[in-house]
Design a protein. Structure first.
Length: 206
């Protein structure tokens, strides 16, 4: 025991260098894990915010009578991500993406609501817009102070009318896609089909 205490033996320079390298590798791994976790949390936060924005947009249509559900087809984008997403925007459609304006199920349509009227008793924006959001707008940006988390999002809406299911009466399919404005990545998508009984008084013929 005395010999061990008196001994000057210990780690040599090589052993010390090896220990420092191993420690550095471990620290780099820990820092990398924290970085990856931070990116994952940010992505999850953006996806969650996008889901809220998509649901907010869809709630506008859920609160509207069937006749009023529609888009300003002339104002819909004809280029960019809006038309590039073929899952919700079939090619070769007129108007763009096969979108439809406010209308009922009658042929010809006798819809009493208008996307182009900015005032008056037929204006969709006046009676069904909420929080500054016009439900007739096909694409809108959520940035700056209007964004819940300050990140930039693009909310895209597609509304198609027709006999979407064979053998059933015509209905409207509303698709809302929320993208990251910077990367164009799809963060959230919500699709709902509205039947002509939506918002229609009881015993009223569609």
């Amino acid at each position: 025991m005395r010999e061990r205490i008196a001994s000057e033996g210990g780690f040599g320079l090589i052993e010390l260098l090896i220990a420092m390298v191993l420690l550095q590798v471990g620290l780099i791994a820990v820092v990398g894990a924290f970085g990856a976790g931070s990116v994952a949390l940010a992505t999850a936060s953006h996806v969650n915010t996008a889901s809220v924005l998509a649901d907010q947009q869809m709630e506008l249509y859920r609160a509207m009578p069937y006749d009023a559900i529609g888009l300003d087809t002339a104002g819909a984008p004809t280029t960019g991500n809006y038309v590039a997403d073929t899952a919700v925007c079939p090619g070769g459609q007129s108007p763009v993406c096969g979108n439809t304006g406010p209308r009922n199920n009658n042929t010809p349509s006798t819809a009493t609501w208008s996307c182009t009227a900015t005032s008056g008793s037929t204006s969709v924006a006046v009676y069904f817009g909420a929080n500054g959001v016009n439900p007739c707008t096909a694409e809108r940006s959520v940035t700056g102070s209007s964004s819940p988390d300050g990140h930039a999002y693009t909310v895209e809406t597609y509304i198609q009318w027709g006999t979407l299911i064979s053998g059933q009466r015509a209905s409207k399919q509303v698709s809302v896609v929320v993208r990251d404005t910077k990367t164009s990545r799809e963060l959230s998508k919500e699709v709902t089909t509205f039947d002509c009984s939506t918002g229609t008084p009881t015993n009223t013929t569609c």
